[in-house]
Write a protein that binds this ligand. Structure first.
Ligand SMILES: [Zn+2]
Length: 443
């Protein structure tokens, strides 16, 4: 395919506002799935679209070469994160914009760019008669909402997915343009919303201060009980149970990417870098579970001052898990902890918003070795192995249900602004990515 045609295809895909967390844009989710269906059919794929109730449809595209050949499963997702804060975008989020050697748009890095790269790579291989394997495209539309419904689909489609010999999860990134990287671990996640209530109405602090609970005080107390500011450790009893430590060999691999404290500070744009138990900061995100407070609201924070004691407070927080922790165990521990730590006189509600398990892949595997070679060839540098602090729930689900080799990689760079305004990919990396995928899928 010519570059202009590829960019045109990407532009049309990007223009569909498939924001899965926004119910109002569900029609756009359907439109994006329709777009992919048409596209896969245009080069001879047998496409099936599955939909359970209000779940984003799962698209399966089969391209068969021959019954005796290997079958490759290629995973991607067609939904994206919301675009806000809109004012911080330097170009319209849903308009593919080329500028200074980069492509800007919501989803261009995560992961519509990857989806198009995968489709183009397979089309190119077919065109040049270099495709020898059977292909099964697996495209979901709920990844950004913790792969909502994916496990059900994956279980229902056993007749199709059990044909797969190896899964490729192309939804990650590279630490630098000359560092092809394959990941052998992803963290899991559980997100919580805690709502507390001390009474029915907001109160005057002059009249009621000293004689009622303050929801901000209660939330701050709970936060201080959950995590130590000095050691950065989570204080929930037995939170660190069931951690599978990386082997010596894996640890050596992880050490390759270590940055200095100064570099870490620049990368994060912060004034201080912290860690846990002296583990190098870049590794602590990958091998240790974490608890982060993501949002809190209560009282009055508008212009001027209001001497009020609010009646409610909301705290959003999340835990990232590592192998072999389970969401259900962590949910249990946090639920118990909140129950026992909550002062009397508070009514509360703790909701689990989403959950996904961690995954650790065995790297001693032919498919991984071959992919590493193919990536090294295209990027002209040896392939590194790492673990990833983020989560791709579908990877864990497919690995657990089908127990087939899995190769996880991708091409965005650390400054790709994934989930943030001005999301982008380096153009050169985009084209090289297609070449790399062609190399990988020829194996
Ligand atoms: Zn994402």
């Amino acid at each position: 395919m010519k570059k202009v045609e590829i960019l045109e295809l990407l532009k049309d895909f990007i223009a569909i506002e498939s924001v899965s967390t926004d119910p109002k844009r569900f029609p756009q989710i359907l439109k994006a799935s329709e777009f992919l269906k048409k596209n896969l059919e245009s080069f001879g794929c047998d496409v099936k679209v599955f939909q359970i109730k209000d779940t984003p449809p799962l698209i399966i595209g089969l391209y068969s070469m021959n019954k005796k050949a290997k079958t490759i499963g290629i995973y991607g997702h067609y939904d994206v994160q919301p675009e806000d804060p809109l004012l911080e975008w330097r170009s319209p989020p849903f308009k593919l914009t080329q500028k200074d050697g980069k492509l800007y748009a919501r989803g261009v890095a995560d992961t519509k760019g990857h989806v198009i790269q995968n489709i183009v790579a397979i089309k190119n291989l077919i065109h040049h008669k270099k495709l020898h394997n059977n292909i099964i495209f697996i495209f979901e539309g709920g990844e950004e909402i913790s792969s909502y419904g994916f496990e059900k689909y994956a279980r229902n489609l056993q007749n199709i997915l059990s044909m797969v010999d190896v899964f490729y999860i192309v939804d990650l990134g590279m630490p630098a343009t000359n560092e092809p990287t394959i990941s052998f671990g992803l963290r899991g996640i559980v997100t919580f919303e805690l709502e507390i209530k001390i009474g029915e109405v907001d109160l005057h602090s002059g009249t009621f201060g000293n004689r009622v609970l303050n929801p901000i005080h209660v939330i701050s107390y709970l936060i201080s009980q959950m995590k130590n500011l000095r050691t950065n450790k989570v204080l929930i009893p037995r939170f660190y149970d069931n951690i599978k430590k990386p082997s010596k060999k894996e640890f050596t691999m992880l050490k390759k990417g270590i940055l200095s404290v100064k570099e870490e500070m620049n990368k994060a744009h912060v004034f201080k870098i912290i860690t846990i138990d002296d583990i190098p900061p870049s590794i602590v995100t990958k091998i240790m579970p974490s608890l982060d407070f993501n949002g809190v609201s209560s009282g009055y924070t508008g212009e001027g001052f209001k001497t009020v004691i609010g009646s409610t407070a909301i705290l959003k927080f999340s835990c990232r898990l590592v192998a072999e922790q389970t969401p259900s165990d962590i949910i249990q521990k946090i639920t118990n902890f909140i129950k026992h730590s909550m002062p009397s006189g508070v009514i509360y509600n703790l909701n689990v918003e989403s959950q996904a398990s961690p995954v650790r892949i065995e790297i001693k595997n032919d498919y991984i070795q071959k992919a590493a070679k193919a990536l090294a060839k295209v990027f002209r540098a040896p392939t590194s192995y790492t673990m990833t602090g983020g989560s791709v729930p579908a990877a864990e689900i497919l690995y657990r249900l089908y127990k087939k080799p899995m190769v996880m990689f991708g091409f965005p760079l650390p400054d790709s602004q994934i989930h943030a305004p001005n999301e982008n990919v380096d153009e050169d990396m985009f084209w090289k990515g297609i070449k790399a995928l062609e190399e990988v899928y020829q194996q």
